[in-house]
Design a protein around this ligand. Structure first.
Ligand code: HC1
Ligand code: SF4
Length: 580
């Protein structure tokens, strides 16, 4: 047994465990800004976790050691709250504060910042070393339509580098400079927009301060809401309803769809639509497209609804772009139809409509800004709020989700969804939705078992063969979530060693349920994907219609407006292209 004493308590350590990990596992808090559970990270950069370790012979003065890099050893006597340890921790936080923007009251992370938490914990009441000229000389990069990198708030914990390099394999971020000039920057000194960053937002999820964030659009949404000339049309993504409640104290994975609808109405939204409806439309187009491509012997086809994956393909695998499905994402399909079909049905001037999306995603912001997804000054989607911004918006209007009475959709044209549309938000969901509809197209009747078990799972890279019947027979599929597994798959396709018909890629590990626009956790990088996913599966089971082609509003859209998948109008509104 590996027993040590921490603050008078005897703890058992695991082999290779650090003092910090052991203490955390036993519920003892030691402050740290760089360590974070479940990211492959070599911390030791913030040095806030200084503790006193008594020497073995008990005669020498105890050593000060960083708990995150000091292995727990048998017989060790550790003090985390002695006066000397507390003073060392406090000085360390004061040194970090010396090189940190002091505008905490106006920071987007105010009240939700790990640096503030740690400063409170160590009892920091002075700020003797603040060097304004140094801090304000640091880079603030606003070049991306999706993200802002404010290095005046960076504590150089390097979590972002770890997640981008080891987790996502994009490796866009590096440490630059040294000594007091140490900073985090984009490789080769590029701006965010010029770099190889794909705006997956994973670095935002792990940033302890306000250094990394989305471009905040809440003010522009308020402008739209208070402009009587504008008809605001809101949509929210499949995964938002199972992740958003946590911000307001609902248990992890609670379905708060009705609360979100009520919140949007309280905000003054004119029309509330569901991205799930558009997911069903995407399946109509994408299944037809896939069957057509298989008939022509073109394989594999990649899904194209995840915008960070599109960015990744464009920047890292441009040779694979011809393999991407031409069907736009549900966000964009909804925008396109909401500015054509919807105003025609409802007798609204389309020029008055502004489409606002609420997405668990950062990359949806630069998807909406793509020049091929609009005409002239008119974009299909006008603004995108991340789930985090939506929480901010509600708080700015004094709304608490818990005090709202859940409501239901009331738009008769674009708000009904099938269970297939609902499961888009988890890894494997788009694939399963497509299989349900392809099977029906090929065989003229529904799958016996609606739930396609071989497609479900949570490994980063999964493969399966699904019997679709008819001349198509067995379809070989692969599903990757997280860009590490996606890269592995792309390399195999490039090398000609992979044999697949259809490939689903989601850039965020877990899919949209753990997307980069979701609420941040201070305790871990990813904690909640499985519970959120299980709720999406439960929504599917509870939805009377479980196939996209059986969604009555989708049937009406095709009957009254689009005619059929790939019609001239469907092609113009619902398909696009990508370029390197
Ligand atoms: Fe997603 Fe999608 S599922 S990309 O993960 O295809 O963001 O939830 O809205 O567009 O429907 C995100 C989620 C989302 C699109 C859909
Ligand atoms: Fe890397 Fe994604 Fe962050 Fe860009 S958004 S720097 S790709 S982790």
């Amino acid at each position: 047994l590996l027993l040590l004493t921490v603050d008078g308590q005897t703890l058992e350590a695991l082999p290779e465990e650090t003092i910090l990990a052991c203490a955390r596992r036993h519920g003892l808090y030691i402050p740290s800004l760089c360590e974070l559970n479940d990211i492959d990270h070599a911390p030791g950069t913030c040095r806030v976790c200084l503790v006193e370790v008594a020497s073995q012979n008990q005669t020498d003065e105890p050593l000060l050691a960083a708990a995150c890099v000091t292995p727990a050893r048998a017989g060790m006597n550790v003090r985390t709250r002695s006066r000397r340890a507390r003073e060392a921790q406090r000085l360390q936080v004061e040194l970090l504060m010396a090189d940190h923007n002091q505008d905490c009251a106006t920071c987007v992370r105010h009240g939700n910042c790990e640096l503030q938490d740690v400063a409170q914990f160590v009892g920091l009441h002075t700020n003797r070393f603040y060097d304004r000229a140094r801090v304000m000389g640091r880079t603030v990069d606003r070049s991306s339509p999706a993200m802002v990198r404010d290095m005046t708030k960076c504590v150089r914990c390097q979590r972002c580098i770890a997640i981008c390099r080891q987790g996502q394999t994009v490796d866009a971020l590096v440490v630059t400079g040294n000594g007091l000039d140490t900073a985090v920057g984009l490789r080769h000194g590029l701006s965010q927009a010029e770099s190889t960053c794909v705006t997956c937002g994973q670095c935002l999820l792990v940033c302890p301060t306000g250094a990394l964030g989305e471009r905040d659009e809440t003010d522009r949404v308020l402008d739209y809401l208070f402009d009587p000339e504008i008809v605001t049309v809101f949509q929210f993504a499949p995964a938002v309803r199972v992740g958003f409640g946590e911000e307001f104290g609902f248990p992890v994975g609670t379905n708060v769809e009705g609360h979100i609808i009520a919140a949007l109405r309280s905000l003054g939204a004119d029309i509330v639509l569901d991205t799930n409806f558009a997911a069903d439309v995407v399946i109509m187009e994408e299944s037809a497209e896939l069957l057509r491509r298989l008939g022509d012997g073109r394989r594999p086809t990649f899904t194209s609804c995840c915008p960070a994956w599109i960015n990744f393909a464009e920047r890292h695998y441009p040779d694979l772009l011809p393999l991407l499905s031409s069907t736009k994402s549900p966000q964009q399909c909804l925008g396109a139809i909401a500015k054509t079909y919807l105003p025609e049905r409802m007798g609204i001037d389309p020029a008055r409509i502004r489409v606002i999306s609420i997405m668990p995603c950062v990359a949806k912001k630069d998807e909406r800004a793509r020049s091929q997804l609009g005409a002239g000054d008119v974009q299909e989607v006008d603004l995108v709020l991340t789930t985090r911004e939506f929480a901010r918006l509600l708080k700015r209007r004094g709304l608490d989700l818990r005090s709202l009475t859940p409501s239901t959709f009331d738009n008769p044209y674009m708000s009904a969804y099938s269970g297939a549309g609902a499961i888009f938000g988890t890894t494997g969901g788009v694939m399963e939705a497509a299989v349900r509809t392809m099977y029906r197209i090929v065989n003229g009747h529904e799958l016996d078992h609606t739930e396609v078990a071989p497609l479900r799972g949570f490994e980063g890279l999964r493969t399966a063969a699904v019997e679709v019947g008819g001349p198509i027979g067995r379809v070989k599929v692969a599903m990757a979530h997280g860009l590490g597994p996606a890269r592995e798959l792309c390399e195999r396709i490039r090398a000609g060693t992979a044999d697949f018909d259809f490939i689903e890629i989601m850039a965020c590990p877990g899919g949209c349920v753990d997307g980069g626009g979701n609420l941040r956790s201070k305790k871990a990088y990813r904690r909640n994907a499985l519970k959120r996913r299980d709720t999406l599966f439960a929504i599917d089971r509870a939805t009377p219609v479980r196939q996209s082609h059986n969604n009555p509003q989708v049937q009406a859209l095709y009957r009254d407006y689009l005619e059929q998948p790939f019609s001239e109008r469907a092609h113009r509104l619902l398909h696009t292209w990508y370029s390197d």
